[in-house]
Design a protein around this ligand. Structure first.
Ligand code: GLN
Length: 532
């Protein structure tokens, strides 16, 4: 295709309407028609990236192959498209300002006054166009975080207005709003949508398509009313009804012809609807499981499901492969003690100890590992979860009293988990961890090797501490072995207890790489073990 086309997805009325899922679903439909599509998220906050935010703020921090710490929506993009994203797919206001101010300090603006328009808006437009140019995508979908009308979103909406002029028919705007149902009067209400479109119009942007989030079917009258008041074709009033799983949304959007509206707008050929065969097969397996399995996720942010988004989605994918539905029990690590593990985990068939930072809840995580190890319950430790498995083994099997990670206890007599050499002199917190994809070689015969079916893998990382290889031999003799090693640095990436039914701890984050069409092998293998 000659020129890249740009689709902007804005949101009105309220946050959390699912712009990320609508963007990913549209991208999926266009991809299924043979177009190369990428999705970008613009976040209107001042943090340079979400890496320094705790999960209570914006949920999970998602890490890309190239080591960018990004918004969790990028996880949805990858899970839907099965194509890796990178640093350019997530840009924050902080990053935009930082680069403009750095240019100013270098003297790039030649004595000019540096202003929001044009300098900030130019930088926003540059970052949007970069994705089209650099990677030669046919379509770039840019999701604008926040809600139109917010002070923070103004420069982004202004950049969209300018791009509509500059790129003319290569740009379209999809606006997502809410049509609430008022139980008292038994009616769906369109006024919030009208107001939010008006706000967008005040900023000079006429949306091409409106996607209306609703709990109930929209009547023809409602669609007509919205079309009339908001100045769009009735065919471009799209219903987004609540569904039981996010993976149903592409199917719904296909029924509503969202992708066809896009093709029409850009004058692209409209062939027959793609079948989405693999997608539908997955959905069917997910919706009609033959078995149910109860899994515990032990973490300290469990009151917020978004904090472990990718892990939860990995279980959805891996469950479907095993024809099973995974019931996740979220267990707060601070609630676990040595005395109550038997009660807490009595009906649990597998335990996953989640990633994390800092000492809060760590002792509960260690007790969860102990329960899994001693009772031969399948155990999966991810990052801090793997580190807890190492600490537990040191304390309770190797009898290394007060063994710990030096992150939790600097004075521990047995720092079985220790700061990485390259991290010792790092002072800045932002973007300085060991981040992104690194290679790892697997030992034949291990559970991990069996799961992956290959010796060389690559997985994504986000940590500062690692297994202290000074103790490797002690662990090996006592029954915990390293089965995954980084070939360049010799860092231990995977530990297993071969005698155990399924006990795997990984220093990396497999959850970032699980997608609908490529569920992660370790999650598949873990669920399989819990079903046996
Ligand atoms: N806090 C640990 C470290 O920095 C684990 C990090 C994680 O779980 N992502 O090494």
């Amino acid at each position: 295709m000659a020129d890249t086309k740009y689709i902007f997805v804005t949101g009105g009325v309220t946050s959390s309407l699912g712009k990320g899922i609508i963007s990913a679903s549209l991208a999926k439909l266009l991809q299924a028609r043979g177009l190369s599509v990428t999705i970008q998220k613009l976040d209107p906050y001042l943090n340079v990236d979400p890496g320094t935010l705790n999960p209570y703020e914006h949920g999970e921090c998602y890490v890309t192959d190239d080591g960018a710490e990004t918004d969790l929506d990028l996880g949805h993009y990858e899970r839907f498209l099965n194509v890796p994203t990178s640093q350019g797919n997530n840009v924050t206001t902080g990053r935009i300002y930082k680069s403009v101010i750095e240019k100013e300090r270098r003297g790039d603006f030649l004595g000019k006054t540096v202003q929001i328009i044009p300098h900030i808006t130019d930088e926003i437009k540059r970052r949007i166009k970069l994705l089209g140019k650099k990677n030669k995508h046919d379509i770039v979908i840019t999701e604008i975080g926040g809600t139109v009308g917010d002070i923070e979103s103004l420069p982004y909406v202004e950049a969209v207005r300018q791009l509509k002029w500059e790129l003319e028919d290569k740009v379209m705007v999809i606006h997502l709003t809410l049509v609430p149902y008022l139980r008292a009067s038994g009616e769906l209400k369109t006024k919030p949508t009208q107001h939010s479109v008006k706000t967008l119009l005040e900023a000079g942007v006429q949306p091409d398509v409106l996607v209306l989030r609703t709990e109930r079917e929209l009547t023809e009258d409602i669609r007509k009313k919205v079309a009339l008041f908001c100045n769009v074709n009735i065919k471009s009033v799209i219903q987004s009804i609540d569904v039981s799983t996010i993976y149903e949304v592409p199917i719904k959007m296909q029924e509503e012809e969202l992708d066809i509206r896009v093709l029409e707008k850009f004058g692209l050929p409209i062939k027959k609807n793609p079948e989405l065969k693999a997608w539908r097969e997955f959905l069917q397996k997910y919706k009609e499981p033959q078995e149910f399995v109860d899994i515990a996720i032990v973490g300290k942010y469990v009151e917020l499901a978004d904090a472990y988004k990718s892990i939860a989605e990995s279980f959805v994918h891996a469950g479907a492969v095993n024809n099973a539905k995974v019931n996740i029990h979220w267990i707060h690590s601070e609630s676990i003690t040595k005395e109550n593990t038997a009660e807490i985990f009595k009906d649990i068939k597998g335990i996953l100890v989640a990633p994390g930072f800092g000492h809060r809840g760590i002792e509960g995580k260690i007790e969860a590992v102990r329960y899994a190890r001693e009772n031969n319950v399948p155990f999966f430790g991810i990052c801090l979860g793997m580190q807890c498995a190492v600490i537990e083994f040191a304390r309770n099997v190797l009898k290394m009293n007060k063994a710990n990670s030096s992150e939790m206890d600097e004075k521990t007599p047995y720092p079985v988990i220790d700061i990485m050499e390259e991290q010792k002199n790092v002072l800045e917190k932002g973007g300085t961890m060991r981040l992104g994809a690194y290679p790892c070689n697997l030992i034949k015969g291990s559970k991990s090797f069996e799961a992956y079916g290959t010796e060389c893998i690559k997985e994504r990382h986000r940590h500062r501490y690692e297994f202290n290889d000074k103790y490797l031999n002690d662990f090996k003799i006592a029954g915990m072995t390293e089965v995954g090693i980084n070939p360049d640095t010799n860092l231990v990436e995977i530990v297993e207890i071969p005698e155990h039914k399924w006990f795997v701890g990984v220093q990396f984050h497999p959850e970032y790489r699980s997608t609908v069409v490529q569920p992660h092998p370790l999650f598949i293998s873990f669920i399989k073990a819990t079903l046996e």
